[in-house]
Design a protein around this ligand. Structure first.
Ligand code: NCD
Length: 362
């Protein structure tokens, strides 16, 4: 049962552990209303969304299918509110909205919004809710999307919020597309269960790794290996969560040691925009945390290479044509699973199932 957020003060809501926040964010049919953090997604929901993404992807291949999809939410409008740089996550959500026929508006630069006149972000989002039916937001501030969900829940126009990246903390829709990419990559290898995933790079400040580490615990016997320079290693809260759930993990700085055992290698860039002192990241030796042809030669032929992108030099472009490189497909998967999430948020999953069942598949 969806719990009523208006029964809690902001302080009481904020203080809840994430798993206790989740029931306030889900709908009675088990689909998310707000998508704020990875802990909202259990395995049945992940499988449902991956299945729906595949149906949307296949239906969209035919003109009539694309027209059907574009009719589903043609009466709804989405606001993309991105107060932090983004190209793919912005375009991916925009494309997902368009697939479903939504009209969209966007603010991408606080200097063109009334925030410059001193308006609070709370008031900005309440303003959006007057014109739109969904807010997709990215922000450098941790927890802002949660605050907005609470604010809207206590207003007359409670509309869904999708967190498209919050601070160094969470990026739940990226984790969804990462899971979808792993599901597709391991389709003929028994799925994600039992696999070893090696995370590499800036694990301290990479929010995508944190969200994916949570989602991978929804699968059986997935081993998680964190390979990073000491200064950029994954935070203890994630390791503590893995211990609590009995998930096998290793913390290492030796990429070559783990590559031969990896089913998936998840590369990340150094997130130096978070440096507190200038040049802080540049002083860290990251040379051993890159993937080129020599490193790839150590990997299994069936392994998958993922990256949330943008990349710098941590994956050599020489690997782009390697069949194990999944990062371009990963981006496209993002559009499909975000379309699935938005459709499900608006109660359209069953209509897509029915259309899919009744029409020829390409
Ligand atoms: C990531 C992000 O913004 O956290 N990018 C993305 O959404 N694909 C990763 C990054 O910026 O390194």
């Amino acid at each position: 049962m969806q719990q009523d957020i208006t029964t809690l003060t902001w302080e009481a809501f904020e203080a809840l552990p994430l798993r206790e926040k989740a029931p306030y964010l889900m709908q009675d049919d088990g689909m998310p209303f707000h998508t704020l953090f990875a802990q909202q997604f259990g395995r049945p929901l992940l499988e449902r969304l991956c299945d729906l993404a595949t149906k949307i992807r296949r239906v969209a291949k035919r003109r009539e299918g694309a027209l059907f999809l574009a009719s589903l939410l043609s009466h709804k409008r989405a606001m993309l509110y991105f107060s932090q740089p983004s190209s793919r996550t912005f375009l991916s959500h925009l494309s997902a909205c368009e697939i479903l026929g939504m009209r969209t508006g966007s603010v991408r630069d606080a200097s063109t919004s009334s925030e410059l006149k001193g308006e609070s972000q709370e008031d900005s989002v309440r303003t959006f809710s007057s014109y739109f039916d969904l807010v997709i937001m990215r922000s450098p501030a941790r927890g802002l999307a949660e605050r907005m969900a609470w604010v809207l829940g206590n207003s007359e126009r409670n509309i869904p919020i999708i967190n498209a990246g919050s601070g160094k903390d969470q990026h739940p829709t990226q984790a969804l597309l990462d899971v979808y990419t792993l599901v597709r990559s391991f389709e003929t290898q028994g799925g994600i269960d039992g696999k070893t995933v090696v995370f590499v790079g800036d694990l301290l400040r990479g929010r995508t790794v944190r969200s994916l580490a949570y989602l991978l615990t929804r699968f059986r016997d997935v081993r998680q290996i964190f390979v990073a320079p000491r200064e950029l290693q994954i935070k203890d809260d994630i390791l503590e969560m893995l211990r609590r759930r009995g998930v096998a993990y290793e913390v290492s700085h030796d990429l070559r040691r783990w590559l031969p055992e990896a089913d998936a290698v998840y590369m990340t860039r150094i997130q130096d925009e978070w440096d507190t002192a200038s040049g802080e990241s540049a002083r860290i030796d990251t040379s051993a945390f890159k993937l080129g042809p020599d490193e790839a030669a150590l990997m299994r032929p069936s392994a998958a290479i993922l990256h949330p992108l943008p990349r710098r030099d941590e994956i050599s472009t020489a690997l782009d044509r390697d069949p194990r490189a999944k990062y371009w497909r990963q981006m496209r998967n993002g559009m499909w699973i975000r379309a699935a999430l938005i459709a499900a948020t608006f109660g359209k999953a069953a209509e897509i199932d029915a259309y899919y069942a009744d029409h020829p598949k390409p």
